[in-house]
Design a protein around this ligand. Structure first.
Ligand SMILES: [Zn+2]
Length: 285
């Protein structure tokens, strides 16, 4: 059925202060939004995410929502992106997807979503002879998108290749002044902490991320623990009783993996030389 307003020409006539003018029809905007949205690679499980249905129970969630909304309002004249960090289920990805959709809807942005692990896998797959795409075929849209969401950065296994590949993406987008929004479960502790950005991604990437993004720590109840749209009572109970609640964090024992990783990071003995546990040797001796 042709559009009742424009008969599928994509243009409509409007009256502005008594003068007739031609402008894009609503159906054209809708088609353009749908096509940009399709190209943005938002995974199915996040397509429902909007700024309007973000659950904000804590001050940090409300602040994060304000900053996300501000970024959409100011786009494309935005100096710095956002980096949402915090625990699982506090809404980091929801907010990143929601602000991206809103920027596509209101500003027709060419935006792209990637879970970091998926991106690295696609790049790695290009080294396989059976895959025709080159590394650059995969990376070009990532480097050039007007708005990139890189989800869950730092969740992948640490390696020099990972650090170099992510470094290329981060540095290119920084020097081209392109807007990027990151989410991560890692903390902003120093590099003695196993779950820190400094240790997992390296100090150079960390300092780049500081320059190109405002870092926004989000705290809140884990919606995967509480279910979607918890009531105030649910949240209050969660804050009192859950070991994942910031209120109870100090009382709980450190997790096993954190303890192990810390032990590995303490290879120095009293004279400050690392004991590498090789037969016959200490580094530097
Ligand atoms: Zn129309």
């Amino acid at each position: 059925m042709p559009c009742p307003i424009c008969d599928d020409t994509g243009w409509k006539t409007i009256e502005l202060e008594g003068v007739s003018r031609v402008t894009r029809c609503d159906c054209w905007h809708q088609r353009s939004f749908e096509s940009l949205l399709k190209n943005s690679r938002i995974p199915r499980r996040y397509v429902h995410c909007e700024l309007s249905n973000f659950d904000d129970h804590t001050d940090s969630q409300r602040r994060a929502l304000r900053l996300a909304t501000k970024l959409v309002d100011q786009f494309p004249v935005v100096d710095r992106g956002l980096l949402f960090h915090g625990d699982n289920g506090v809404g980091k990805t929801h907010l990143a997807v929601a602000l991206m959709k809103e920027t596509i809807r209101r500003k027709s942005a060419r935006a792209l979503f990637f879970e970091t692990r998926d991106l690295l896998k696609l790049v790695r797959d290009t080294y396989n002879n059976q895959v025709e795409a080159t590394e650059l075929d995969v990376l070009r849209p990532v480097l050039e998108a007007e708005l990139l969401v890189l989800d869950d950065i730092g969740a992948e296994k640490k390696s020099q290749w990972v650090e170099e590949t992510l470094g290329l993406v981060v540095n290119t987008r920084y020097s081209e002044r392109r807007l990027t929004v990151f989410t991560t479960n890692l903390s902003d502790a120093d590099n003695t902490e196993p779950n820190s950005i400094a240790l997992q991604l390296g100090l150079r990437i960390r300092s780049r991320l500081k320059e190109m993004c405002e870092w926004v720590h989000i705290e809140g109840p884990d919606t995967r623990e509480l279910g979607p749209h918890p009531t105030h009572e649910d949240v209050a109970r969660w804050q009192e009783t859950s070991p994942a609640s910031p209120r109870n964090r100090g009382r709980s024992l450190p997790s096993k993996s954190a303890g192990q990783a810390r032990a590995q990071l303490r290879p120095r003995d009293r004279d400050g030389k690392a004991d590498l546990k090789w037969p016959g040797g200490r580094a530097g001796s």
